[in-house]
Design a protein around this ligand. Structure first.
Ligand code: PLP
Length: 372
């Protein structure tokens, strides 16, 4: 039996969401068509829109369905004359704003609000158009939670637009558009038990965002192209399931904490990043000094355990994490970190297997200089 501890990369699709996808696929109809088939497809899309809006305290009309978190964040940053982006953002945000100025973070990866204040003053003087600040709610590699409300209050005082990538936070902690005080929120279905390739950009009431994909007038002319009806239906069902409670989170926190306690007790050289900070309950980023991330990921894979080295990289190549780099992590720890992320299918036996495998690998290879 394999052990899947990479839920931050993607989490298994909930059977109910898969069923919603299957039903939509089995049906016919373009949501823009006026006949009965079209109206049925439209209903699937609008039901899902209600569910996603409900989940984040938004209005259905303010939900723009996209192909995922990456597209949502690209759209959120497309109209920025000046972008201020935290150093620990997901690449989908960093690469969406290549001219952005980087907001520094502390040693645990939490944004520096004083630095942001200074940057906002300078940006306001320099910018001919809108200033967009982008700070994620929870980090995909370390799980660290950002003070997004404080960021939003600060940015709004300077007249800036605030975007928050809540892709990783959704389902693992409360996410509420109004409470966060942001203008733009990115979400992704495949992190909450929905299908891959669908997400949403949710905007605050009255806030406008321009289309980046034009043509067709779908999504109130904010995202052209025939809607991904099966994907959206699956997203809606997954959102509905989440709205009914996140009751497994305390259990996952206990399992995660027990795992970290055992590893650091056995191996005093092990490092758990941002351990003392507010973090997602399911995430742990752990360095085994002396053993590269790549070696660890492959060794765990041979043991039937799926974890990842920082964020998943589409090339399959493991590169050192820009998140840990921004936190100022020393070179020997930087290249020796793996991310363990628990989810709705995780049981105590899974984290037990990981602990045993970690300890065995540490006994075999750990403690020295980086083993290739
Ligand atoms: N933002 C964060 C924090 C993520 O972890 C991810 C996925 O790993 C994304 C954005 C990208 O979302 P998607 O895969 O839906 O494009």
């Amino acid at each position: 039996m394999s052990v899947y501890l990479d839920h931050n990369a993607t989490t298994p699709v909930r059977p109910e969401a898969a069923e919603a996808v299957r039903r939509a696929l089995a049906d016919v109809g373009n949501p823009s068509s006026v006949h009965g088939e079209g109206r049925r497809a439209r209903r699937r899309v609008e039901d899902a829109r209600d569910r996603v809006a409900d989940l984040v305290g938004g209005r259905p009309d303010d939900v723009i369905f996209t192909s995922g978190g990456t597209e949502a964040s690209n759209q959120a940053l497309a109209d920025a004359a000046v972008a201020l982006v935290s150093a620990v953002e997901h690449v989908s945000v960093i690469d969406a704003a290549p001219q952005a100025t980087c907001i520094p973070v502390d040693a645990d990866g939490v944004v520096d609000l004083e630095a942001l204040d200074t940057m906002l003053r300078a940006a306001k003087d320099a910018a001919a158009g809108s200033v967009v600040v982008s700070v994620m709610l929870a980090n995909n590699e370390t799980g660290v939670i950002q003070p997004v409300r404080a960021v939003a209050d600060l940015a709004r005082r300077h007249g800036a637009i605030v975007h928050c990538d809540a892709v990783q936070a959704l389902g693992k902690m409360p996410v509420d558009l109004t409470e966060l005080g942001v203008h733009r929120l990115s979400l992704s279905a495949h992190k909450i038990g929905g299908p891959q390739g669908v997400g949403a950009l949710v905007v605050a009431p009255g806030h406008r965002v321009a289309a980046t994909l034009r043509g067709g007038g779908q999504e109130r002319s904010r995202r052209g192209g025939t809607e991904n009806v099966p994907g959206i239906a699956g997203f809606g069902r997954a959102a509905e399931l989440l709205a009914n409670g996140q009751e497994r989170m305390p259990l996952l926190r206990d399992l995660r904490d027990a795992l970290e306690d055992e590893i650091t007790r056995t191996a005093p050289d092990a490092v758990v990043f941002a351990r003392g900070r507010d973090r997602l309950a399911n995430t742990s980023c752990i360095a085994m000094p002396g053993v590269t991330s790549e070696t660890q990921v492959m060794a765990f894979d041979l043991d039937g355990i799926a974890v990842s080295a920082g964020s998943a990289c589409s090339s399959g190549k493991v590169e050192s994490s820009h998140v840990l780099k921004a936190m100022g992590v020393a070179e020997d720890q930087l290249n020796a970190a793996v991310r363990v992320s628990l989810g709705w299918t995780t049981e105590a036996a899974d984290t037990r297997r990981f602990c045993d495998a970690w300890k065995a690998l540490h006994a075999r290879l750990g403690g020295g200089s980086l083993a290739a």
